[in-house]
Write a protein that binds this ligand. Structure first.
Ligand code: AMP
Length: 219
């Protein structure tokens, strides 16, 4: 089963993807994560993407299309139950490219799940978030602080918290504008094929997860 998770920054795509991996063995393909890895490794892709990402703008289509093409051919594809595309596609050109990449491999999309969210609440959600760099557990300045300030509740790592450099209010506003202008317009492309399902993304995490599971189970 291959799924796209669609929604503006902070809608909970990464959180829900993590749950689907744990519950269903799906393989997550997050272009944002791939780009952050490329920046860390100072690879040519990373050097090209860094300033664009810090400004909250979209990296060129051909860069992310190539990242995805490379991952679809990794061996994990054959052992998994399918893919969750998280943060990809973000433009119509990427959607068209993904269709071609999948059909060349005799694969298809099963669902496009759109997380519906309130933008002002998202700014609050994003500008306060941080996570443990060791285990990935997510925290929030106003809603979920670690029990001991310097220690991760889950893995106990000390002083290991990190924040994304693009989680500032100004960048978040730009990322949302990019979503409205370039990503939301791809919904009709998938709606025409009856693939889009909508989920209330401001609900508690477990509730959002249940709604997504119900969609996948009904298939
Ligand atoms: P994310 O982790 O999905 O929020 O992505 C973080 C940033 O990476 C975005 O604001 C973009 O600058 C870049 N990015 C991630 N995925 C894509 C994509 N599919 N197309 C273009 N840029 C992307």
């Amino acid at each position: 089963m291959n799924i796209i998770l669609l929604g503006p920054p902070g809608a909970g795509k990464g959180t829900q993807a993590a749950r689907l991996i744990a519950d269903r063995g799906l393989v997550q393909l997050s272009t944002g994560d791939m780009l952050r890895e490329a920046i860390k490794a100072a690879s040519p892709v990373g050097l090209r993407a860094k300033a664009i990402m810090e400004a909250g703008e979209l990296v060129p289509d051909e860069v992310v299309n190539e990242l995805i093409a490379g991952r679809l051919d990794l061996p994990e594809r054959y052992s998994g139950a399918g893919f969750i595309f998280d943060g990809y596609p973000r433009t119509e050109a990427q959607a068209v490219s993904l269709d071609a990449l999948l059909s060349e491999r005799d694969m298809k999309l099963d669902h496009v799940i759109e997380l519906i969210v309130d933008e002002d609440a998202l700014v609050d959600r994003i500008t306060g978030r941080f996570s443990c760099s060791k285990c990935g557990e997510g925290y929030h300045d106003r809603h979920k602080l670690p029990k001991v300030p310097s220690l991760c509740d889950v893995c106990g790592a000390e002083e290991a918290f990190k924040r994304r450099p693009d989680d500032t209010e100004q960048t978040v506003r730009t990322r949302m504008a990019e979503y409205r202008a370039k990503t939301a317009p791809i919904l009709p492309y998938y709606e025409a094929r009856g693939l889009v399902r909508r989920v209330e993304g401001m609900a508690p995490i477990a509730e959002v997860e249940r709604a997504i599971e119900a969609i996948l189970d009904a298939a």
